[in-house]
Design a protein around this ligand. Structure first.
Ligand code: SF4
Length: 177
């Protein structure tokens, strides 16, 4: 994976477990990383706060900055209206990526950070090609595929080492089995 040395990057983090291997790799490549927790897709405020608390934990472990977006689940539901019955990896997820990546692009611009990426690409449950298609709509998107080089395996190892909460569903109420 080619990365530019010492370049600032805002990393959209879906959850702490996925973020671990991404942050480790970015730091190893001398990127100046800040995290952005923007996850209005999460089904309840309680779950949002729980996942956020573990993201705060890894921000401390890696000593990186953390920005937190407001929780607007009702607006997110409106954004995906009509796609509630889509299977995971379907059109609802594309709209969900749009929501998170657009907000991350806006936040990066507001902070004067020239590029942004997302931890979503570390998961084998997410299609990186589709995430890249969505991300490339926004200026500054860095198409980093964190699942390469055993990224997901590394995220599992680090999650265990840091004793992180590993949720059993993606995030929205439609992903709960
Ligand atoms: S399953 Fe996950 S990616 Fe898909 S819409 Fe729900 S929260 Fe978003």
């Amino acid at each position: 994976m080619l990365m530019t040395k010492n370049k600032k990057i805002l990393l959209h983090v879906c959850c702490a477990p996925c973020a671990t291997a991404c942050v480790e790799r970015l730091l190893a490549n001398d990127r100046d990383v800040s995290l952005y927790f923007s996850n209005s897709n999460i089904n309840s405020k309680m779950e949002f706060e729980k996942r956020l608390s573990y993201v705060e934990k890894i921000a401390g472990i890696f000593d990186v900055g953390l920005e937190i977006d407001i929780y607007r689940h009702d607006d997110w539901l409106e954004h995906v209206r009509g796609l509630e019955n889509e299977a995971e990896k379907g059109l609802r997820c594309v709209k969900c990526f749009e929501w998170g990546l657009r907000r991350t692009a806006q936040k990066a611009a507001a902070l004067g950070i020239e590029s942004f990426a997302t931890s979503l690409t570390v998961s084998p449950h997410k299609n990186s090609r589709i995430i890249f298609e969505v991300g490339n709509q926004y200026s500054g998107f860095d198409a980093l595929d964190f699942k390469k080089q055993d990224g997901f395996k590394r995220s599992r190892e680090l999650s265990k080492e840091f004793v992180l909460y590993r949720q059993s569903y993606c995030g929205c109420e439609f992903s709960i089995n």
